[in-house]
Every structure is written in structure tokens, then in C-alpha cells.
Design a protein around this ligand. Structure first.
Ligand SMILES: [Zn+2]
Length: 78
């Protein structure tokens, strides 16, 4: 089994671990819609990247209109 030749000082160990941390996510503004998006990626809101549309994104899908029928109408009196 490999054994370390020298004892690693706490200073050396902590300097190494000083770079281990979670970096905050960097976001850039979309050129078209202005929403925050990851850099070098297509905007998921409008499908634009570098001034070109790559995806056809439907922003809001409209729900089909369902007519509300009152429950009283189900019972038919003969
Ligand atoms: Zn966009």
C-alpha cells in the first residue's frame, strides 16, 4: 500500500480545500426577451440564440373552453 512520504500540514490541506465550494450559477440576459438564461444555450422561453430562432416555442398553450353544466340539468323529470 502506498504511504505518504511526508505529513501534510493543516495549512497545505486547507489551501487545497479552499477551492472546493459550490460556485453560483452565472446567468445572462436573453437578447430577444430579456429573461435570464444560461450562457451559450438556447433561451427556453423564446427559443432564440445569438439573434436566431432555433426553437418554435409556444409561450402559453390555451386550454380548451369547457362549458360548465349545472348538476341539476342531469336529472330529467318526465
Ligand atoms: Zn428569450
Amino acid at each position: 500500500m502506498a504511504v505518504p512520504k511526508r505529513h501534510l500540514s493543516t495549512s497545505k490541506r486547507d489551501r487545497r480545500r479552499g477551492n472546493i465550494f459550490i460556485k453560483p450559477i452565472t446567468l445572462v440576459k436573453c437578447q430577444k426577451c430579456g429573461k435570464p438564461v444560461l450562457p451559450h444555450t438556447i433561451c427556453k422561453f423564446c427559443g432564440n440564440y445569438k439573434g436566431r430562432d432555433y426553437l418554435s416555442v409556444v409561450s402559453k398553450v390555451e386550454k380548451p373552453i369547457v362549458k360548465k353544466t349545472p348538476k341539476a340539468t342531469k336529472k330529467k323529470t318526465a
